[in-house]
Ligand binder design. Structure first.
Ligand SMILES: NC(=O)c1ccc[n+]([C@@H]2O[C@H](COP(=O)([O-])OP(=O)(O)OC[C@H]3O[C@@H](n4cnc5c(N)ncnc54)[C@H](OP(=O)(O)O)[C@@H]3O)[C@@H](O)[C@H]2O)c1
Length: 395
């Protein structure tokens, strides 16, 4: 049984054929998005952003709003302050590698938002991050109260918020019964989606107030939530159904713990949570991009088979998965490379287009990927947003 589960799970993460090849987007398109937009124009826009944001749904697809970035001109470079970026789950894996990648440029103060303060401090030291480039702050996404406390602490620090990366995640592929957050939500969706949803909704105002020229909210997605890929077609497939479980609160009491109302299955709960992440990014884009100029993005960083994400898997899986990805599927990406990819989505001037799900091809060139039908369903995104708002008490 264990082996069966292992091989199923290996296949679930094994095939990395993305929906679309590189379209060559980068240098040319991005140059245009940065040319002809004087910084002063953007500062005017930043002032406008300070007014209260009206929540409104739009139905446009991804569009680029010209967003000024760090200029290459030596004069402008001098005037640009260090950016502040919050990265959740920066104590290991992708989050840590991204924190390192951004910190070592000397252009970012990385706020490592982590549930284990000491582990995060040690992790930062272990990868050689210099103290002046990071701050560790406590955050447990399995508790809405902890999210509020984190935001209070962040605001007391009086740092402007320039970018937010929703990266933390849990994955329970072998769990037979669900676990729950402090607020009673099934843990995978509670941490990966609802905790981040609540946090980003509250922190949007802080980002609006920032005068940083290129502000970004990034929500990490996954190939496994996209059924337009081979990997996304390995059972159990992501499927939010008619959202009856989400509507019922995912508490397992009087409603099921699964978004679609079905039987609990840990691997599916993770994939469903990733669909919510990708839908949330697009709904943010539709509601707020035009008005705020903030770039909303998601990404699939590649299969980082060595991270702690697989810690709940059986030992055999953890042993076989990395070489399987490296030598058989060739979908393997190192933590360092994945960190550089996510860092690009945070800071690269060629990735300012909002509403995009980024992926990388075999030569590590970024391209705008296509999401599955469900993960790009605007009507579903709106419903997930509204139900999530109710669950976290923002409706
Ligand atoms: N690994 C892959 O192949 C892969 C592929 C596609 C997408 N992703 C995505 O990449 C992201 C990072 O995953 P990873 O592979 O780097 O896994 P990871 O090494 O396990 O990192 C997950 C991070 O989330 C943190 N975390 C878990 N529960 C939390 C909570 N309640 N509150 C705050 N932080 C919490 C963990 O903290 P602790 O250190 O305290 O445990 C850890 O820092 C996830 O969004 C995942 O879906 C990964």
């Amino acid at each position: 049984m264990a082996l069966q589960t292992s091989s199923l799970a290996i296949s679930a993460f094994s095939v990395h054929s993305e929906g679309k090849k590189s379209n060559g987007f980068s240098a040319i398109e991005s140059s245009f998005s940065f040319l002809g937009v004087p910084l002063s124009d953007h500062r005017i826009a930043a002032l406008k952003m300070k007014k209260k944001i009206a929540v409104r749904a739009q139905t446009t697809t991804a569009v680029t709003t010209p967003t000024p970035s760090i200029s290459n001109s030596p004069n402008e470079k001098k005037t640009l302050r260090k950016g502040n970026v919050i990265i959740t789950g920066a104590s290991s894996g992708l989050g840590l590698a991204t924190a390192k990648s951004l910190a070592e440029t000397g252009k970012w103060n990385v706020v490592m938002a982590c549930r284990d303060f000491l582990k995060a401090e040690r992790a930062a030291k272990s990868v050689g991050m210099s103290k002046e480039n990071y701050t560790v702050m406590h955050l447990d996404l399995a508790s809405l109260e902890s999210v509020r406390q984190f935001i209070d602490a962040f605001r007391r620090s009086e740092m402007p918020l320039d970018s937010l990366v929703c990266n933390a995640a849990v994955y329970y592929p072998n769990a037979k019964t669900p676990s729950f957050t402090a607020d009673g939500f099934e843990l995978s969706v509670g941490v990966n989606h609802l905790g981040h949803f609540y946090m980003s909704r509250l922190l949007l105002d802080d980002m609006v107030k920032s005068d940083y020229p290129s502000k970004r909210l990034v929500i990490v997605g996954s190939i496994t939530g996209n059924t337009n890929t081979l990997a996304g077609n390995v059972p159990p497939k992501a499927n939010l159904g008619d959202l009856r479980g989400l509507s019922g609160g995912l508490s397992g009491l009087g409603s099921t713990a699964m978004i679609d109302g079905g039987e609990y299955w840990g691997a599916k709960a993770y994939k469903d949570s990733k669909v919510c992440n990708m839908l949330t990014m697009q709904e943010f884009h539709r509601r707020y991009h035009e008005e705020t100029g903030i770039t909303f993005s998601s990404l699939y960083p590649g299969c980082i088979a060595t991270t702690g994400l697989f810690r709940e898997h059986i030992p055999l899986f953890r042993t076989l998965f990395p070489p399987f990805q490296k030598y058989i599927t060739k979908g393997f990406v190192s933590e360092e490379e994945a960190g550089r990819r996510l860092a690009q989505v945070v800071s690269d001037r060629s990735l300012t287009k909002s509403g995009v799900y980024w992926s990388w091809n075999s030569t590590s060139a970024s391209f705008q990927n296509e999401l599955s039908e469900e993960a790009s369903d605007a009507e579903k995104a709106k419903k997930v947003w509204e139900l999530s708002d109710k669950l976290v008490g923002l409706a």
